[in-house]
Design a protein around this ligand. Sequence first.
Ligand SMILES: [Mg+2]
Length: 253
Amino acid sequence: MQNIHQRACRNLVKHFKLYKDVFSSQQGRLHRETTVQRRTFSGKKMAPRNSPRNLRVLLDMDGVLADFEGQFLKRFREKYPHDPFVPLEERSGFYVTKQYYDLGQDIGTKAFSIYEEKGFFLNLQPIEGALEAAREMAEMEGVDVYICTSPIKKYTHCVVEKYQWLDKHLGKEWMERMILTRDKTVINGDLLIDDKPNITGGMNPPMWQHVLFTSWHNRDVVPQGSQIRLDGWLPHSNWRDILEQKRQEISDH
Ligand SMILES: [Mg+2]
């Protein structure tokens, strides 16, 4: 009887050890996979040797990646074909609705309704060359790219559609890069590429240098202070030089 008990105990210990070994190896495998995944994600682009850290670029969405002005005019004319409108060449001032209010109180109200409607932000067309530039930037060694965008106050459709737009045009992995904020000055970056001429908020001055992206409404604006202008994304664009220059500045400090 004692032998039977001893054998049963030995078997139990053997099974426990076997289970422990299998469990440990599973844990190890999971740990290794997680470690590898983490390393792949964070270690994909290291800063160049002479640079202490990656360059952080903040990309605005409306007017920089997505054609807000073009879509606004198209929808306004479709929805209100008999009302006066502002051609793109005559746009001035950052807020499109302000210029439409100058045409009449009711025209301004109608203008508001355009970008508050369902599907407006999702259906914005990408600005020419923007997606290619964003992808190239994200692949650059020593560069971290974030999308930095301010949703409208009536956020019902806008917030979710901004995520959907990014997913549709650049893919799920870009969700990791999304920053939604009403105050871009508190975001820590080296460059903010944005079409709004005056960006103010709680942090003055902000950490980033403002790259004023040319849009219909800001063509005549003279860059102020440390602002520099960027005229679009097409091959002649000097965005690569701007990034390189900023990277040099960072490594010199
Ligand atoms: Mg913008």
